[in-house]
Design a protein around this ligand. Sequence first.
Ligand code: AMP
Length: 418
Amino acid sequence: MNTIQNIKGTQDILPLDTKKWQNLETIVRKICSRFGYEEIRTPIIEQTRLFSRSVGEDTDIVTKEMYTWEDRDGTSLTLRPELTASVARSFIQHNLGAQSPIQRLFYMGPLFRRERPQKGRQRQFHQFGVEAFGSENPEQDAEIIAIAWHILSECGLSDIATLNLNSIGCLNCRKEYRKALKEYLSPHLQQLSETSQKRFEINPLRILDTKSENEQRILKDAPLISNFFTAKDQEHFNSVQDLLNTLNIPFTINEKLVRGLDYYSSTVFEFTSSVIGSQDALLGGGRYDNLVKALGGKQMPGIGFAAGMERFLLAMSEQAFESSIDIYFINLDHEAISTVFTLTDKLRKNGYSVLTDTLRRSMKSQLRDANRSGAKYAIILGDTELSTGTIIIKNLNDGIQETIQQNDLINKMQSLTN
Ligand code: AMP
C-alpha cells in the first residue's frame, strides 16, 4: 500500500528546521516590538470577495491561484492568499482606527497560492509582515522600510539584499501615465504575450514588471511614471529617499517596479537577493491609501510589507544553534525510576531542560545519546548512588565528574550554571 504523502507544494517543517524558524520568528517579534508594532492574528479562511475586491479581479492571485470553494451554505470561501486584505478587513470590522490615530500591526502565518512549485515557491508558504494605518506622511514609509532593514540586518541578510524603490504616484498620476503607456505600447501590441495583451486593456502598468526579454526590449523607451508625478507625489518620494539616506539604507530606484496587486499607490518597494535563485524577491510592500475605503471603511492611508519566511530561511546562512537541553539524566537502575522522576521534576521546576531515557538502555548507549543531545551535563544514578542517596554530575564538555548528595542537586546545578 502506498504511504500517504504531504500535498505538492507544501512542506513538513521537521525538528531540525523548527529551530531556524523559531530563530527567525524571535527576530521578527523583537524588531517589531522595538518599533512599537503589535501582533494581529486573523483567520486562515475568509470570504472570497475580500480578496477579489482588494487584491484585484484580474491579478494572477485572484484569477488562477486561490484555493476557493463553496461552503455548505453556499458562501464562497478562500484560504487566504495574502494578509494585507485580512488585516484591513479586521481593522475596519473592529474600528481599530478609533482606538488610536495610528495603528501599527505585525503578523506571521501561512498563506496559500496554487502556483507552480519550485525552489522558493510553494503552495503553502509563510509570511511575516507589518501594516501601519493612519499616516500618509513619508516618515511612515521610511519607518516601514526601516523595520524591514532592521530585520534583514538581524538575520545577517542586509549585505546580500537590494532595495528596489519606486513610486507609482497618486490616482491622477496613474491615470495620465496609463494613457501614455498605452499610446506607447499600442503599435507593439501584436508582439506582446497573450497575458500582456489582456493587461494592456485592464491594468497596463503591470506589463512593466514582465519577465519576457522581448517585452523588456519593447519597454526600453517607454514613458516613465516619474514624468507624470504631481508636485505632491514628487515631494513625498523625495522625502522618503532623504530619510532612507539619513538611515544609511542603500536603495536603487527601479522605475519598472509596480508590484502586482491593485491596491498599491505611491511608494512601492521590494528587497531582492540573487542568492536565493530565480524567485529572488525576499520582501515586498508599498502604500495602499485607498484599500480601507475600497473595502467599505473610511478613507484611511496605510503602508506595509510582507516577507516570505521560506525565502528568508533559504538566504540565511547555516547558523549554529545551541542545544536547548541542559541536562541528560542517565538512569541505570529500574528501581530508581520514581527517584529519577522526583529529581527531574525538581530540576524542571527550577528552569532546567532535562532529557531522560525511557527505553531502559545501557550506560554506554545513554551516554552516547546524552552527547548527541547536546546536553551540557549528564546526571548519573546507578545502584550505588541510589543506596547512598548520592548522584554523579558529569560535565559533558570536559568530562570532569563529581558525586554529590541528591539533596544538594539544585544548589549544585545553580552554582555550576551561574
Ligand atoms: P507578495 O504577497 O506576492 O508581495 O509576496 C511577498 C513575499 O512573499 C515575496 O517577496 C516572497 O518572499 C514571498 N512569496 C510570495 N509567494 C510565494 C510562494 N508561492 N512561495 C514562497 N514565498 C512566496
